[in-house]
Design a binder for this molecule. Structure first.
Ligand SMILES: [Zn+2]
Length: 300
C-alpha cells in the first residue's frame, strides 16, 4: 500500500503480510489529516482482520499513523526496544534538547535553525506514536518473520526476513541512497553501523528487498555494495572539504551538497555531513574541535 507524503519524497510504502490469524501491517505512514480515513478504506477491502502492526523505525513517515491504526484495528503494535526509546526522545514531550541547538552548535545560522525547529514542531503534530508498543528485538519473530537489525538510517531499525524476502524499511533504497545522519540522540557512529549492516546484508543475501520507498530491489547484495562505495567516496570528499582548515558540519554540507538546498534538505545535509565527519574522526582521518559552543573539524 502506497501512502502520500507532503515532502519531496512524495510517498511511503506500507506492507500487508498475510498470516493464519490475520494480516500484519508493516509501517503506518504519516499521521496526516485524512490518514485514518485512507486506512479505514484500505482495511475494509481486506479479507480478514489485522492481527498486528509492526513499525520498522521511528521516522515520521513510518511511525506517524501508529495510534490511528491501533484504534482502527484493535491490534497490538510491535516496535524495536532501541527504536521506541529514540521515538519517545524525538517525538515525546521532553524538549530539553531542542534540535535547533544541535544545528547551531554545528554551524547552522540561527535563523535557519529556528525555521527547522518550527518545521519539526509541525511534523510532530503528524506523529502519533504508540506509547505502549510491545517491545521486540533482533532475533525475535513476528508471525514467522525473523527480525534482523539494520542500523544506520535509524539506530534501532528492524527489518523482517522470511524465505529470502526482506521487508527492509529504509535500509536499502534505490535509486536514492538512504539518509545516514547523526542526530542529537543517535549512536555515536551511525555510518560505521551502516557499513556493518550492509556487510551483513551481503552475508544474508536476500533475493528481494521490499523497501519503504521506490521500487523493490532485486539484487540486494549488489545494491549494498554500491552503497558501501558511495559512502566511501563521500568520506573522501568530506576529508577534502576540511583539508583547507577548520570547517563546521554546516560548511561541509555546503561543499558536499551545494548551497542551494531547501530548509528541509539542509536538515538532512548537515546531519549526513556529521555522520561522515565523525566516521573520519574514528578512522583518524579528521579531528574535531570545540570553541565557544561551536564544533569544527580539520583533516588529521
Ligand atoms: Zn526513515
Amino acid at each position: 500500500m502506497t501512502l502520500p507524503l507532503p515532502f519531496r519524497l512524495g510517498h511511503v510504502h506500507s506492507y500487508l503480510l498475510p498470516g493464519a490469524d490475520g494480516w500484519t501491517v508493516v509501517d503506518t505512514g504519516l499521521g496526516l489529516p485524512g490518514a485514518r480515513e485512507r486506512w479505514a478504506d484500505e482495511l475494509r477491502s481486506l479479507d480478514g482482520p489485522v492481527g498486528r502492526i509492526f513499525v520498522t523505525h521511528y521516522h515520521p513517515d513510518h511511525v506517524g499513523a501508529s495510534t490511528d491504526l491501533i484504534e482502527l484495528t484493535g491490534a497490538p503494535l510491535y516496535q524495536g526496544t532501541r527504536d521506541h526509546e529514540q521515538c519517545v526522545l524525538t517525538w515525546g514531550t521532553d524538549r530539553s534538547h531542542p534540535v535547533e541547538d544541535w544545528f547551531t552548535r554545528h554551524g547552522m545560522p540561527p535563523t535557519l535553525a529556528a525555521r527547522l525547529g518550527a518545521e519539526t514542531a509541525l511534523i510532530r503534530s503528524a506523529v502519533h506514536f504508540a506509547a505502549d508498543a510491545i517491545l521486540v528485538d533482533e532475533g525475535d519473530e513476528i508471525d514467522g518473520w525473523e527480525l534482523v537489525a539494520a542500523p544506520g538510517h535509524a539506530d534501532g531499525q528492524l527489518t523482517l526476513l522470511r524465505d529470502g524476502v526482506l521487508i527492509g524499511g529504509d535500509h536499502l533504497l534505490a535509486p536514492i541512497s538512504p539518509a545516514i545522519g547523526l542526530w542529537p540522540a543517535s549512536n555515536a557512529d551511525p555510518l560505521g553501523d551502516y557499513f556493518d549492516a550492509l556487510a551483513r546484508t551481503i552475508d544474508i543475501a536476500p533475493r528481494l528487498v521490499l523497501p519503504g520507498h521506490h521500487d523493490p530491489i532485486e539484487d540486494p547484495s549488489a545494491r549494498a555494495r554500491e552503497l558501501i562505495s558511495h559512502h566511501r567516496e563521500r568520506l573522501d570528499a568530506t576529508v577534502r572539504a576540511v583539508s583547507a582548515g577548520p570547517r563546521t558540519a554546516h560548511d561541509v554540507s555546503g561543499a558536499l551538497f551545494g548551497d542551494r538546498l531547501s530548509d528541509s534538505d539542509q536538515r538532512f545535509a548537515v546531519t549526513e555531513a556529521l555522520s561522515h565527519l565523525e566516521r573520519l574522526v574514528i578512522e583518524d582521518r579528521a579531528a574535531s574541535h570545540e570553541q565557544s559552543g561551536i564544533v569544527t573539524y580539520t583533516a588529521a
